[in-house]
Design a protein around this ligand. Structure first.
Ligand SMILES: *[C@@H]1O[C@H](CO)[C@@H](O)[C@H](O)[C@H]1NC(C)=O
Length: 254
């Protein structure tokens, strides 16, 4: 081994050991970490609880949709106490995803389980509502977006691109919801929770948009429409539902 390589080897070993050392220190001193909360003020205002719980519906939907598509099972397996005996979703299933897409969706799924746990430990959750995650429900949304029936019907579980297109709608709804909730809440714990949820939803939205940007001119099999066509149709629908001006643009801003 040359001396340069030896040095690098030494450096890496040193850094790794150091990391372990620091980690074990930080574990043992964890109890001294400050909470980061102010000394005065209210943690959670009672009037804010239902405003935050509104998000629970969406978080259940995201958790189940991402878990099923990537792992092939849902909350009843991953965190059986969270649904509180609410009915299992209808029509959810493993999507036909390539490895990269599957890994992205697994990460999203785990983030959503974390969101539900955070909501549970702060404002509390309610039993999982009945969710219809069947392909035909998504097909209806895409037919509405295009203003005519797609043939064959859109199926989000068909392949990676179809699945990512179906996700294009989802974290964004959370993002808009949380931005709308933000001016109406007080309480430092609630505010931290909301900022945490909002940040991660935005990150997911960015990953999905990036994925679709990279494929903007690809045709979405088996249709004669490109990815860009799909996103602008979906954004058109979201604006119609959102009311009051442009809240959303496709991946190509017109
Ligand atoms: C939800 O929160 C309650 C109260 O903090 C706790 O007892 C329960 O274990 C939590 N459930 C899950 C699944 O984390």
């Amino acid at each position: 081994m040359s001396s340069k390589l030896l040095f690098i080897h030494f450096l890496v070993t040193y850094m790794v050991l150091n990391e372990f050392f620091l980690m074990s220190i930080s574990y043992t001193t964890n109890t001294y970490c400050p909470s980061g909360y102010p000394e005065e003020g209210v943690a959670i205002e009672k009037e804010n609880i239902d405003k935050m719980q509104f998000a629970v519906n969406l978080e259940f939907l995201e958790a189940e949709y991402f878990l099923w598509a990537s792992y092939g099972f849902g909350l009843d397996v991953v965190a059986p106490n969270l649904p509180m005996s609410g009915p299992p979703p209808i029509g959810a299933r493993k999507a036909n995803l390539d490895q990269l897409t599957n890994n992205i969706i697994k990460e999203f799924a785990n983030q959503e389980v974390g969101h539900l746990r955070s909501l549970n430990s702060t404002v509390g959750v309610f039993p999982r509502p009945l969710l219809d995650l069947s392909a035909k429900n998504f097909a209806k949304i895409f037919d509405d977006a295009f203003g005519h029936k797609l043939v064959p019907p859109f199926d989000p579980y068909r392949d990676s691109l179809s699945y990512m297109l179906s996700c294009y709608v989802i974290p964004y709804v959370g993002l808009v919801g949380y931005v709308g909730t933000n001016p109406n809440i007080n309480g430092y714990e609630t505010k931290r929770l909301l900022a945490g949820l909002l940040g991660v939803e935005s990150g997911q939205d960015a990953v999905i948009r990036m994925y679709l940007y990279e494929r903007a001119t690809e045709l979405v099999s088996p249709y004669q429409y490109t990815v860009a066509d799909f996103t602008s149709r979906i954004s058109g629908l979201r604006n119609k539902l959102g009311n009051c001006g442009i809240k959303d643009e496709g991946i190509y801003i017109q």
